[in-house]
Design a protein around this ligand. Structure first.
Ligand SMILES: O=C(CO)[C@H](O)[C@H](O)COP(=O)(O)O
Ligand SMILES: [Fe+2]
Length: 220
């Protein structure tokens, strides 16, 4: 199932509830929450209190993208806050098997992400263990950056490996710079979950959702 997963990084927090109500009308069931620590990435964003509040007041599934150094320190905290899926960066830990197991042990789905400059080979040893692979199509840290088309080769490879190996059950998610003008390239490469922040929230929310959904419909 191909679907749009809006990133709250570009939402207007002043009227978040209204925006989430619109997303519900458009059958969005999963929200992407970008957590940045000012260390792994050169920016600070949202964190535990927002996840708690979303869990308390909504039934969206929460796809939490941890752009933080040493994410093992916060796995239990984000699970208790209400995360359904925790994605960690391969570049942010020395012990990826242990970290994926830690996420599973707290009852969360586990994702692994890689920066545009990181080769796919680095995550190969854990592909049989993860529920999701998040291919970054921008260098993480900011919304509204330009999509890097050279990252699509990783999406294609992940899609192909999934067809070849029965033990690979991961969802292929792509994140960064995706909007209505390039989403088809990403879908054609084999992406299943499309993260979009500014492509959803900048400008008119309903128009953006109409346009993106029209394209996604062709792929489902
Ligand atoms: O992880 C992220 C940035 O590090 C965001 O999820 C991503 O950039 C979404 O925003 P946009 O669609 O505006 O690029
Ligand atoms: Fe993200």
């Amino acid at each position: 199932m191909r679907k749009l997963v809006p990133s709250l990084l570009s939402a207007d927090l002043w009227c978040l509830k209204d925006q989430l109500d619109v997303l519900k009308q458009y059958q969005v069931d999963t929200l992407h929450v970008d957590v940045m620590d000012g260390n792994f990435v050169p920016n600070i964003s949202m964190g535990v209190p927002l996840v708690e509040s979303l869990r308390k007041h909504s039934d969206f599934s929460l796809d939490v993208h941890l752009m933080i150094a040493n994410p093992e320190r916060f796995i239990e905290t984000f699970r208790e806050a209400g995360a359904d899926l925790l994605t960690v960066h391969i570049e942010a830990t020395y012990h990826i098997h242990r970290l994926i197991q830690q996420i599973r042990n707290v009852g969360c789905k586990a994702g692994v992400s890689l920066n545009p400059g990181t080769p796919l080979e680095l995550i190969k040893p854990i592909l049989h263990m993860v529920d999701l692979v998040l291919v970054m199509s921008v260098n993480p840290g900011f919304g509204g950056q330009d999509f890097l088309p050279e990252t699509l080769s990783k999406v294609k490879m992940l899609h192909q490996w999934k067809q070849e190996r029965e033990d690979y059950k991961y969802i292929v998610e792509v994140d960064g710079g995706i909007n209505r003008s390039n989403v088809e390239q990403v879908l054609n490469a084999g992406a299943e979950w499309i993260v979009s922040g500014s492509g959803v929230f900048k400008g008119d929310l309903k128009t953006n959702l109409d346009q993106l959904n029209e394209i996604l419909l062709k792929y489902n």
